[in-house]
Design a protein around this ligand. Structure first.
Ligand code: FAD
Ligand code: DLZ
Ligand code: SF4
Length: 527
């Protein structure tokens, strides 16, 4: 830590840039003069291991950080870059700021607020720890500030994405026709539920061959994080702004047209379909989400993509993405420990191994392991739906999602997991649990055709496990869910079944749940 004597009024401004702040338009460097600024970037053990991230996620972040540092240097900035294998590396952000203040004698530290609550807590201690001015700037890469979301949310009985999204449409002017939504409707989700069919022939997204920098990081990760989940064989993520832009160009040229209709479709072995595959780049800061929305709108206005695709894409970004970020900061730190449904089962081993006869789950875990990615409907209605119905403990599910996806940061992962899939917040984010039986997956995918289970069988050995698990879930949460106007009606179906049928469902579900092997915590966290 800097002592009072080491701080000089005419030292430079130290600008720490965190691993998910890789943009030259960052608030802390925008408008700064280069000869008065030292940018600090830090590979630190604490960040790489607070959960045992997928190997591809660490490679992606370290490689993108190293490329960004080189880009800044080329542009004339002074960058102090601390690598993980620097022998004096302290292992933490705060420890590295302490070392950097003694190297540079800064007159001030300017840092953009962290994406994650855990890191922000540490940053907020810096003004007391360091003997120079510390300025914490808002992260203005989002359309809505944290304060703006809070203002919108406070006093409302229920928070719903739809109403927030309309505010964001008005604020950005995206897809507006005066003060009305383009085409007359705000949300065209109902047009975006096509099942997969033979017409589908999604072009392959660009894959980026690891360059020397990425290969160095791959070597580092193979040696230092060998026991982390996931394969590195398929590493092909964009690691620079240029590559990310190439990936975005390909999406707007080849896939946005069909993005909407097939947004919820799933096909065995097809990992990208018409999705943008841009979340890793957006979350790192390599792409600006608002610019992407403007490009999407231009595709509609130029007649290259239909409104339902473009509205769907824009809704994911200025609706869901902005909404979950605001929700995270509004609900933290409680959101981490919410468990409204008192779910206590351990995470099954197959979430890590993929070894299950449930073909849908096995395919989603395979894609997760090989690509550090699965698309939204796989995360929500296969992996998430199973965790909800089987009553898996939210802490274990949260860790899993944070570990396994290359785009996972707690601000976006936690609301999606705790509130959207698990209903662990008791319904602040979602108006009902996203619970579904095998029917839904059968309709939206080709998984069931070759599965050893049958979605049309309701109970017994051959029945799709989602079927009895669905009723088991509904039965055990009747007290809470019966009064929910969006889901409560299903209890009349349950009551009409009669006791014998009901018991068959419950017994089948119990028999299946008894077969699940809990994984333990070793894959997610170091002891
Ligand atoms: P596309 O389908 O092309 O969508 C376009 C963009 O919209 C995405 O790139 C993303 O930035 C944004 N978006 C879409 N849905 C959401 C959403 N629900 N919340 C926030 N942004 C959204 N996304 C993450 O970026 N990080 C996560 O850790 C993450 N965890 C998730 C966990 C669960 C349980 C669920 C259900 C969803 C999660 N998502 C997360 C959202 C979504 O699954 C991914 O953003 C998406 O699959 C990324 O692929 P894509 O870029 O091809 O997305
Ligand atoms: C996820 C991650 C990892 C694995 N490693 C680093 C790192 O070594 N240095 C760094 O600056 N950032 C890393 N990150 C991303 C941070 O966890 C991310 O910036 C937080 O979300 C900030 O809140
Ligand atoms: Fe999944 Fe059930 Fe279909 Fe098998 S039958 S793929 S378990 S939904």
């Amino acid at each position: 830590m800097a002592s009072p004597e080491t701080s000089t009024p005419d030292g430079p401004v130290l600008v720490p840039i965190l691993g998910d702040q890789l943009t030259r338009d960052l608030a802390s460097i925008r408008g700064r003069t280069k000869d008065d600024t030292v940018i600090l970037m830090m590979e630190v053990w604490d960040e790489a291991t607070y959960v045992k991230h997928h190997k591809q996620k660490i490679v992606l972040i370290f490689s993108a950080m190293r490329h960004f540092a080189a880009e800044l240097r080329d542009a004339g900035w002074t960058v102090d870059y601390v690598t993980l294998d620097d022998e004096d590396n302290s292992g933490s952000f705060t420890g590295e700021i302490a070392r950097a203040t003694s190297r540079h004698d800064p007159r001030a530290i300017h840092v953009v607020e962290a994406g994650e609550w855990r890191v922000q807590q540490a940053i907020e201690e810096w003004p007391d720890k360091f003997d120079c001015e510390v300025e914490i700037l808002p992260d203005d890469r989002f359309v809505a500030s944290i304060a703006e979301f809070r203002e919108w949310a406070e006093g409302r009985d229920a928070l719903r994405m739809e109403y927030f999204y309309r505010e964001m449409r008005r604020k950005t002017g995206l897809l507006m026709d005066g003060d009305k939504p383009e085409g007359g409707q705000w949300n065209l989700d109902k047009q975006n539920r096509e099942s997969p069919d033979d017409e589908m022939d999604a072009p392959e997204r660009p894959k980026f061959e690891p360059d020397e920098t990425t290969r160095d990081v791959i070597e580092l990760v193979q040696s230092r994080f060998a026991d982390h989940f996931g394969s590195l064989d398929n590493f092909a993520w964009p690691v620079t702004r240029d590559e990310a832009e190439e990936a975005a160009d390909a999406f707007f040229e080849e896939r946005i047209e069909n993005f909407g209709p097939y947004q919820d479709a799933m096909v065995h072995g097809e990992d990208d379909l018409y999705h943008s595959m841009l979340s890793t780049s957006i979350n790192l800061g390599l792409l600006d989400p608002l610019e992407l929305c403007q490009r999407a709108e231009a595709s509609y206005r130029d007649g290259k993509a239909p409104l339902n695709s473009v509205e769907g894409f824009i809704r994911q970004l200025i609706g869901w993405r902005e909404y979950v970020r605001g929700f995270y900061w509004y609900q933290m730190p409680g959101l981490q420990s919410n468990n409204a449904l008192n779910a206590q089962r351990g995470l099954p081993e197959f979430y890590w191994t993929g070894e299950t006869d449930m073909r849908c789950l096995a395919d989603c875990v395979r894609s997760t392991r090989d690509n550090a990615h699965a698309h939204h409907i796989q995360r929500l209605m296969v992996l998430g739906n199973f965790a909800l119905l089987a009553g898996i403990n939210p802490r274990e599910v949260q860790d899993w999602y944070l570990v396994v996806y290359a785009d996972a940061y707690e601000w976006v992962e936690l609301p999606n997991v705790a509130a959207m899939i698990l209903y662990a917040d008791g319904g602040n984010l979602a108006s009902k649990p996203y619970a579904a039986s095998g029917n839904y997956i059968n309709k939206m995918s080709d998984y069931c055709k070759e599965c050893r289970y049958s979605p049309s069988k309701k109970t017994g050995e051959a029945a799709c496990p989602f079927n009895p698990l669905y009723w088991h879930f509904m039965h055990r949460h009747r007290d809470r869910l019966e009064s929910n106007h969006r889901i409560g009606r299903i209890y009349s179906t349950w009551d009409r079944m009669g006791e014998d049928k009901q018991q068959e469902y419950l017994d089948s579900a119990e028999a299946f749940l008894d077969t699940l092997e809990p994984a333990g915590r070793g894959w997610a966290r170091n002891d």
